[in-house]
Design a protein around this ligand. Structure first.
Ligand code: GLY
Length: 355
């Protein structure tokens, strides 16, 4: 989902500015990508409904509403009946909710596939292999050495390695991004034709302190996510994770138990100490970062592309990204991680979370 407004948290108003800047770019970004590739990336300007099931949830949602209003946003408070009028499949016990007309959705798998095609059409060459280490000569990044020993030379190198960004050998310690993996388990269900439209927009809630969301795709897929677990690079789908997601989603929308469960998956969010991305040049000339996007990687795709293109072409971070310079973390100790990162033999096991 593209959840700039519904995933707003205290202390993240600066990040909100970047998230909104990226959300505003989405319609043109998608139009350009679709025109270039002919791919439908599943962008759906459908809005989001965040609901509360009990009085604790309602208090939490009221607090979020107040924070959104203080931040200049204009979601609308609805009572339970109004929520169910918008989404008849909601549980009768829903006590109220926030209608957010600006939080939309895109299909991240389709988006990634279209971006690869657009890049290839524009002349980009992909080398799909593990980067073993950064090459540094005369205190400047000069490319990477791959797992098989092949050296790739580059005038400028962008380290965009998701949750593994802090683990590339050869990067000086004071330049390594303080990024850690935060696991998210996600389910995919299928809405049979006879139940469509099951939901009209993204529906989400905080149930017993856990976030749960249901994203209905035009294709009939219903994505249910996501857990948030600090377990290092573990990407095991667990019975407990699946149970909690289904239990919470069922409390919101009881009818989901009728739907076929078609996929279970776990991915890793690349989290930084302030939950915001690290964008732009580092203290090592020739090395840039585009990482740490945490819960907003898909949302931040267009603005990250624009920021990195500008930075690589001019050497300057544009105004919209100044607050996200990697320099803000210089001298921070590297975060400890519970487990060792995966070995180069298992690259397929490591996936970013993309709901
Ligand atoms: N933004 C969705 C997630 O992080 O689960």
């Amino acid at each position: 989902m593209l959840a700039a407004v519904t995933e707003l948290h205290h202390g993240e108003q600066t990040l909100l500015g970047l998230n909104l800047a990226s959300a505003r770019r989405y319609p043109d970004f998608v139009a350009e990508l679709t025109e270039a590739t002919g791919h439908d990336v599943g962008y759906r300007a459908c809005g989001t409904l965040a609901v509360a099931l009990d009085s604790d949830d309602r208090a939490h949602l009221r607090e979020l509403h107040a924070l959104q209003q203080r931040s200049g946003l204009t979601p609308q408070w609805l009572n339970g009946r109004e929520c169910r009028r918008l989404e008849p499949m909601l549980a009768p016990g829903v006590r109220g909710g926030l209608r957010v007309d600006d939080d939309h959705q895109v299909d991240p798998r389709r988006l990634a596939a279209a971006l690869v095609v657009a890049c290839e059409q524009a002349g980009v060459t992909f080398t799909r292999a593990w980067a073993r280490e950064l090459s540094v000569a005369r205190e400047r990044a000069t490319g990477v050495v791959l797992a098989d020993g092949t050296a790739l030379a580059a005038g400028q190198t962008v380290l965009a390695g998701g949750s593994l960004s802090g683990r590339l050998a050869g990067v000086p310690a004071d330049v390594l991004p303080p990024v850690r993996p935060v696991k998210g388990q996600v389910l995919r269900l299928t809405v049979p034709e006879r139940y469509a439209p099951f939901l009209h927009r993204t529906v989400r809630a905080v149930v017993r302190g856990s976030h749960v969301y249901l994203v209905p795709r035009v294709s009939g897929e219903l994505v249910v996510g996501a857990t948030s677990e600090e377990l290092g690079w573990d990407t095991t789908v667990t019975a407990g994770g699946v149970y909690e997601l289904l239990r919470d989603a069922h409390e919101l929308v009881p009818g989901i138990t009728e739907l076929p469960l078609t996929e279970t998956r776990a991915g890793l969010r690349p989290a930084s100490p302030d939950n915001a991305p690290l964008l732009g040049p580092t203290a090592l000339p020739g090395l840039h970062l585009a990482t740490g996007h945490y819960r907003n990687g898909v949302l931040l795709t267009p603005v990250t592309g624009d920021v990195m293109a500008h930075t690589l072409a001019t050497g300057e971070l544009p105004e919209v990204a100044r607050a996200f310079t990697p320099a803000r973390f210089t001298n921070l100790p590297h975060p400890p991680c519970a487990t060792a990162p995966p070995s180069p033999a298992s690259p397929k096991d490591l996936t970013e979370l993309s709901a």
